[in-house]
Design a binder for this molecule. Structure first.
Ligand code: FE2
Ligand code: FE2
Length: 318
């Protein structure tokens, strides 16, 4: 995946970070730092990229031309965000074209939530309010704490645009909820999308693996802390709209708690959580994530189609 580079030692990276200097290029990275930053950048790039076909599918259900254009603006932003992250990966020795166009669908590293198709305008705006909020929380944390300078600077623009996306979702939800039928549709969307976003933040802290993300300052907060930050605005939004969410703020514990077994089984075809079957192990969740969901092949296929056709045409002409 990468060229051979002259990397520095762990101690040299630590010395640099100890004096509050950012890491600016690959020559200032150790093997562990490089691997860690490549991993987190790939997840970010893939997530931004896959949101384009996912949102496009639902944008086709837009209630007006104006609404469709606003969704296309968001999709354009997401492609710009993906470009920033893939471009940085290229500087870190990764073959960008191979990464985007030659990986198998199941090799992409975005959260499972995007594999569940968004079929309607209502689902798209709830995705803006919940998924883009998750992106905003995660990227805001990276912006604050990352030690990789070029990414930190690139995230200024991304942060602002993600904020716009989640406001777009909120504005539409406030409008749709006024209609009783619209409110029902919103509730149905929140019912499956809220727990998917809770799960998005990953394994609970006591089970988490990649500790260099925190040690090296790629991230500032832990999975559980970020999940709390997200619920800190997602739950009040839903409460304001009188939409039920299976989570509430617990005064005694001074934090949000979930009112359903976590983690639990998700029926992706029916878009339904099987709360009644109780808590399951994270190994089962990881298996579902790894196996990817219903729209994975379709979305990656859409992203790679033009490149495939173009390569085949070039081959034939030789
Ligand atoms: Fe984005
Ligand atoms: Fe976004």
């Amino acid at each position: 995946m990468q060229r051979t580079m002259n990397l520095i030692t762990e101690q040299e990276v630590q010395d640099r970070l100890a004096t509050d200097r950012l890491v600016e290029n690959i020559e200032q990275m150790s093997p562990v730092y490089l691997e860690g930053i490549q991993r987190i950048l790939t997840v970010s790039a893939d997530t931004e990229l896959i949101s384009a076909p996912a949102y496009y599918r639902a944008a086709l259900d837009a209630p007006s031309t104006n609404a469709f254009v606003s969704a296309m603006g968001i999709i354009q932003d997401e492609l710009g965000h993906a470009h920033i992250a893939y471009r940085l990966l290229e500087d870190l020795g990764v073959d960008k074209e191979k990464l985007i166009y030659e990986r198998q669908p199941e090799e992409f590293k975005y959260p499972y939530a995007f594999d569940v198709p968004l079929d309607t305008w209502v689902e798209l705006v709830v995705a803006n309010a919940l998924y883009d909020r998750a992106g905003f929380v995660l990227l805001g944390d990276i912006y604050q704490s990352t030690t990789f300078g070029p990414w930190k600077r690139g995230l200024v623009k991304v942060d602002r645009e993600e904020n716009f996306h989640l406001r777009h979702g909120e504005t539409w939800m406030r409008k749709i909820v006024q209609d009783p039928e619209g409110k029902q549709l919103l509730q149905r969307a929140v019912d499956w999308m809220f727990p998917l976003t809770v799960e998005w933040f990953g394994l609970p802290d006591d089970l988490k693996r990649h500790t260099e993300q925190l040690d090296y300052g790629f991230k500032g907060s832990s999975n559980d802390e970020l999940r709390q930050t997200w619920m800190g605005t997602a739950v009040p939004l839903c409460e304001e709209l009188k939409l039920h969410v299976p989570a509430h703020f617990d005064q005694e514990q001074d934090k949000y708690v979930l009112d359903y077994p976590f983690p639990c089984t998700f029926d992706a075809e029916q878009k339904r959580w099987l709360f009644e079957e109780g808590e399951i192990g994270w190994d089962t969740v990881l298996k579902r994530w790894k196996g990817r969901g219903p729209s994975n092949v379709e979305y990656v296929g859409q992203l790679q189609r033009g490149y495939r056709e173009w390569s085949q045409m070039l081959e034939r002409s030789q």
